[in-house]
Design a protein. Structure first.
Length: 528
């Protein structure tokens, strides 16, 4: 049974902060665990990411700290620096009206001298990763003698990441007369062993089934070829137009390559992986949260602890390496009661892994066709029509009406509107986008290939190597897949596989060769 925050025995300052955060009714994990933690009981809470665990332990920690004592009274342990930062942000909101309580995030990647200075000024709550907390303990810059509460957030992830010894060392250094709270998505034997060793008569709170339920996530899979992934991804983004998208890849190399391809196509994309410095990671996440970039491409490790509520779609660009990764990935959308979509790309032998995922999650993953260019165009037209309606309803159109009245002396209003729509869509050849494939049917290329005309040649110092470099870097087509290249004085002909032709034409229009902006179009049989 869920309760309202106003029903809890909380300070007026905390109630005010909760109102400012927009909360009224506590989530299930908050309703079940907050009363026990406020009583001082040891608690084991089993709940998935995105269920409100931070507030569940954050409210009691903030309420039970005594601001008059200038000592560390509570420690929150988190598996990653990203989660430590997010927990700190939540504590900042909870403590907005509660004066005198100071908290500090401590994690690797940040200068330790700055943390040492902050600790020396008198901090009440430390939120940190096990490694950096141990570092401070060993330097004697963190005194645990007055710690009354210890919280382990995402305890299972900390154990999976090899922090068991650090956790045991920290808990051993904290006074035995303390309150210990564990939150974990799973209850493995190692977690239970840890609770048995360091908790006293804990209250067990479980608000989710053992397998992660994702009822609000509309799950899909798409069968495709490896080389078509980028094109299919962009079509899905164009058709569904999610506010924020998260794209998962298995390697840092693929993350970097995909972000380059997306940026070249005009999408606002950013990357997140282990090679980035902390300042770069913080900058990317800040832009993502502010919607300055709307596509975040990440590896699994880099995305641990990532908590953004407005992610409307998750794309498994690469098939997850195990079933649990799939659950954690798609769980980044459909959060806080919202709906969300997930799309998993299935190439080659990935179909076997898809079966394993279905059995593990016991959920329905529906087959989704690759969106056609007609689908993309219809979506764009619908969006433009809605914008036009909005402009009409807004008014202030007198100046534009006068311009169109002059045009209407020679053209019908329907012709003028059609011309404007065609110009807005960027269609220049007078054909529907869905029919552009017809232009590839007779280009004079060998079977299975399409020959293109490019308006640069020998006079522009262009060589076959220049052509191949641009093709491989822009659409990822291997050089050995590129067909015949014929360079003339002012133009060039190049052949590419037919199934890459549309991608090639759309991307190459935005490329430069030897500094020259190029025009590209399907060749005609009679040209040579």
């Amino acid at each position: 049974m869920q309760i309202r925050f106003s029903e809890l025995s909380l300070s007026a300052e905390m109630q005010k902060s909760i109102v400012d955060m927009g909360f009224e009714e506590a989530s299930p994990i908050q309703s079940e665990s907050i009363p026990y933690i406020l009583e001082g009981r040891d608690v084991i809470g089993q709940a998935q990411t995105g269920t409100g665990k931070t507030v569940a332990f954050g409210i009691p920690v903030c309420e039970r700290v005594d601001p008059t004592q200038k000592t560390v009274q509570a420690i929150i342990l988190c598996p990653t620096r990203e989660l430590a930062i997010q927990v700190s942000e939540e504590f900042g909101k909870l403590l907005k009206h509660k004066r005198g309580v100071k908290f500090l995030p401590v994690y690797g990647g940040q200068p330790i001298d700055r943390q040492i200075r902050a600790l020396s000024t008198g901090v009440h709550i430390v939120i940190g990763t096990p490694g950096r907390v141990i570092d401070h303990i060993q330097r004697r810059t963190l005194n645990l003698a007055n710690v009354k509460m210890v919280v382990l957030d995402e305890a299972d992830e900390m154990l999976d990441m090899g922090f068991r010894e650090d956790i045991e060392s920290i808990l051993t250094n904290v006074p035995s007369e303390r309150q210990t709270v564990f939150f974990s998505a799973t209850m493995s034997k190692s977690i239970l062993a840890l609770t048995k060793a360091f908790q006293t008569d804990p209250q067990f709170v479980k608000v989710v089934p053992k397998e992660m339920a994702v009822p609000l996530i509309d799950q899909h899979y798409i069968e495709l070829k490896e080389r078509d992934k980028c094109e299919v991804l962009t079509r899905l983004i164009d058709v569904y137009n999610p506010k924020l998208s998260l794209v998962f890849c298995n390697t840092k190399r693929v993350v970097d390559e995909l972000v380059t391809h997306l940026s070249d196509r005009g999408y606002f994309a950013g990357c997140l992986h282990g090679d980035l410095k902390q300042t770069e990671r913080d900058r990317v996440m800040s832009k993502f949260r502010k919607c300055e970039i709307d596509i975040l491409v990440a590896t699994d490790v880099a995305a641990r602890g990532l908590d953004v509520d407005d992610i409307e779609a998750v794309f498994n660009y690469d098939m997850p390496q195990d079933e649990e990764y799939y659950v954690h990935r798609i769980g980044r959308t459909g959060r806080a009661g919202r709906s969300g979509k997930s799309f998993t790309f299935v190439a080659g032998r990935d179909s076997y892994k898809l079966g394993d995922i279905r059995r593990f999650t016991k959920s329905t993953i529906k087959r989704h066709d690759i969106p056609t260019l007609s689908d993309v165009e219809e979506t764009k037209i619908a969006a433009i029509v809605e914008k036009i309606k909005g402009q009409i309803e807004e008014g202030h159109l007198t100046k534009y009406i006068h311009i169109l009245e002059k045009l209407s002396e020679d053209y019908t209003s329907l012709d003028i509107a059609a011309g404007l729509l065609k110009m807005t869509l960027g269609t220049t050849d007078g054909k529907d986008l869905a029919n552009k494939q017809d232009a590839f049917s007779d280009t004079g290329a060998e079977p299975g290939m399409v020959r293109f005309f490019i308006n640069v040649g020998r006079n522009h110092q262009v060589s076959p190597r220049d052509i191949i470099q641009v093709i491989t870097s822009s659409i990822g087509l291997p050089g050995n897949k590129v067909g015949a290249i014929s360079i003339f004085r002012d133009f060039t002909f190049v052949s590419v596989p037919k199934d890459s032709a549309m991608d090639f034409m759309s991307v190459m229009k935005n490329q430069r060769i030897r500094g020259n902006k190029i025009n590209i179009e399907p060749a005609r049989q009679k040209t040579i």
